[in-house]
Design a binder for this molecule. Structure first.
Ligand code: PLP
Length: 370
């Protein structure tokens, strides 16, 4: 927390708006729309709820094909299952680690030939890194496929100066505790379509018909954000830009310190892309054979430093073992060789140096020498 949140939380208490409605929500939504440049923002209980409602509002139904980036957190894909639709997973490209446009087009044409045109695509701006948006938008335009951007990890990232989450029919943001800013738990749906966001709002509050009594013609959900949590979000918005700057500077230091080590590569920004560098992630290559992610994570842990593996791709998950997959082994290799380094906004230069030193020692196999 930055400290600025308490003022808005106090306002919620003082006005007794302790409910999934109230002034903090309206303000938070306006601030999100203003910051990202989206016409509309809907505050929700989670990023997962935002993905679910985006799919609902786009009319995704049982049996529809939804294309989805394989290398992501499971929350991106699960709402496809909630709707009884069919997820089809797509490989990544090695520069941004995000969905590979060639593999995507192969999948699209495969299904179009079989008269099963995919209805939607969910791309993911992984760890804050923009996808190859020009290529993706061209494919979605050419074949008439609705794009949903999972920008859960990418608030503050841009592509050609425009915020991620504002390129597709809908964008989703998460305010879970681990994200760049948090409401403890929460999310948002961004869109330029009033029809889409009106539908999402309606579904998020149990789909109540416009009557003076409780009448419901379709099944809705209880997905609204609390006014107390929205207050936390308002305070967090005030420090978002500082945090992006801090995370980018963490990344730059990590990269600088590890530049001399052969066989380490990082996610690269595409031309025109600007990543919030939510997490600094690296890939070990065969040039440093022997140092695996598990060994690296262990060595860091022995020094009191927590690091984690990269997301396990969806097409390798037991849950999705029968789902179709298009592409090669880029996502799989990133999973096998990738590590997420400590990336918190408060990380100091000294801490980054310590982290890098552990990595350098492990890879150069100089453990024990001083
Ligand atoms: C966190 C996250 C989500 C889900 O957000 P929640 O708010 O935790 O439901 C979706 N996609 C990605 C890529 C995420 O990292």
């Amino acid at each position: 927390m930055s400290g600025g949140e308490l003022k808005y939380v106090q306002e919620a208490f003082d006005s007794n708006w302790i409910a999934p409605a109230g002034p903090n929500i309206r303000h938070f939504e306006n601030e999100l729309a203003q910051y990202t440049g989206a016409k509309y923002a809907v505050a929700l209980a989670s990023g997962t709820a935002a993905v679910h409602l985006a799919l609902c509002a786009l009319g995704i139904e049982k049996g529809d094909i939804v294309l989805c980036q394989s290398l992501t957190f499971v929350a991106t894909a699960n709402p496809i299952l909630y709707l009884g639709a069919t997820p089809v997973f797509i490989d990544s490209e090695s520069k941004t680690w995000n969905i590979c446009p060639e593999a995507l087009e192969t999948a699209v044409t495969y299904y179009i030939k079989r008269n099963q045109k995919p209805k939607a695509l969910i791309c993911v701006h992984l760890y804050g890194m923009p996808c190859l948006m020009n290529e993706l938008l061209a494919i979605c335009d050419k074949y008439g496929i609705a794009l949903i951007e999972d920008a859960a990890e990418a608030l503050g990232s841009t592509y050609t100066g425009k915020h991620l989450g504002t390129f597709g029919k809908a964008g989703i943001i998460s305010f879970n505790g681990n994200k760049i800013i948090t409401t403890s738990g929460g999310g948002a749906l961004l869109s330029d379509s009033k029809t889409l966001t009106d539908k999402a709002r309606f579904l998020a509050t149990q789909a109540k018909d416009p009557a003076s009594y409780f009448q419901h013609s379709e099944a809705g959900y209880n997905y609204a954000l609390s006014n107390v949590c929205a207050g936390i979000g308002r305070g967090q918005m005030e420090v978002l830009n500082e945090r992006v700057a801090a995370r980018r500077s963490n990344f730059n230091r990590h990269q600088q310190y590890l530049a001399a080590i052969p066989g380490i590569s990082f996610q690269e920004e595409p031309a025109g892309g600007y990543s919030n560098r939510w997490l600094t992630t690296l890939e070990l290559s065969s040039a440093n054979a022997g140092s695996t992610p598990e060994k690296l994570i262990q060595a860091l842990s022995a020094n009191g430093i927590e690091a984690r593996r990269v997301w396990k791709p969806m097409h390798l998950q037991p849950l999705y073992k029968t789902a179709p997959y298009f592409g090669g082994n880029v996502a799989e290799n990133l999973f096998e060789n990738g590590v997420c380094l400590p990336s918190g906004s408060q990380l100091t230069e000294k801490e980054v140096t310590e982290i890098s030193n552990v990595i350098i020692e492990l890879i150069e196999n100089k453990k024990g020498c001083s």
